[in-house]
Design a protein. Structure first.
Length: 261
């Protein structure tokens, strides 16, 4: 499986095996296929990419992750640049009983984008090409519900809410007059639609612009100020972290709140 290039929104996958008798219970869920990448320890899934999550362990996502094909990215993460949430039941045992691990399930987060490769056939090696709905799981996640030798397996999936351990985290990066804030560990769907910052000297909320992935930027000079953040999700819910960043902050530091959705 090719190395995936871009990290993306958080999609929660609930993965499980279905027998032919249980096929009817998949009503309301969609069909796709799944492969795996990243090695047995999932180190190949780490890296900044499109959402900016570097170390998936420290950012709270671990090895239960997936990369999404273009079709799934467009469908499930159209408005997102931070982890959105998809529940996927994996391994349709009615179609490939020899490869599915019966009675297993897994909840995962989709943190990568699986880019198309038009040099290979869409049905033989380039599974992430449009219009295929495809999940490229971390190897540990894949082997939770299917055998390694399967390589690729049919699945069912649906989008669900996301539960996170601990509070929302903010990481302040870049340089003077260009504060790039990475938002991580957001619960529910993880779909951030608006983000604001306020410095203690300005005492005014400033709307930040989405830069890429889960990174938002401000062009103000905020050095030496205590910082507050406010974020809003696509369903209208808002959380405000007042004075979460002390005036002694430095670029590259992370700050965890006690707030969650």
């Amino acid at each position: 499986m090719e190395k995936r290039l871009y990290v993306l929104s958080r999609l929660l996958l609930f993965v499980g095996v279905f027998t032919s008798k249980l096929r009817a219970t998949s009503a309301g869920r969609l069909q796709a296929h799944a492969t795996f990448y990243g090695g047995s320890d999932a180190t190949g899934t780490m890296g900044e990419g499109g959402s900016g999550y570097g170390n998936l362990y420290t950012d709270g996502y671990g090895t239960k992750t997936a990369a999404l094909s273009t079709a799934l990215f467009s469908r499930l993460c159209l408005m997102m640049g931070n982890p959105a949430v998809v529940a996927t039941r994996l391994c349709d045992a009615s179609r490939v009983p020899q490869w599915c691990l019966k009675g297993t399930s897994i909840t995962i987060t989709a943190t990568n984008f699986c880019p198309p490769n038009y040099t290979l056939p869409s049905d033989n090696g380039s599974w992430c090409n449009p219009p295929h709905p495809h999940f490229d799981l971390s190897q540990p996640a894949f082997q939770t519900i299917a055998k390694y030798k399967a390589g690729i397996t049919p699945i069912f999936y649906r989008k669900v809410g996301c539960k996170r351990s601990g509070g929302i985290r903010f990481t302040v990066n870049e340089r003077d007059y260009f504060e790039l804030v990475l938002i991580s560990n957001v619960g529910i769907a993880g779909d951030i639609s608006n983000f604001w910052i306020k410095g203690s000297k300005t005492n005014k909320w400033e709307a930040m612009a989405r830069n890429w992935g889960a990174n938002w930027h401000s062009l103000s000079y905020l050095n030496g100020q205590t910082l507050s953040f406010r974020l809003q999700t696509t369903n209208g819910k808002t959380r405000t972290a007042l004075n979460i960043v002390p005036s002694t902050w430095r670029f590259g530091q992370s700050f965890t709140t006690n707030l969650q959705f």
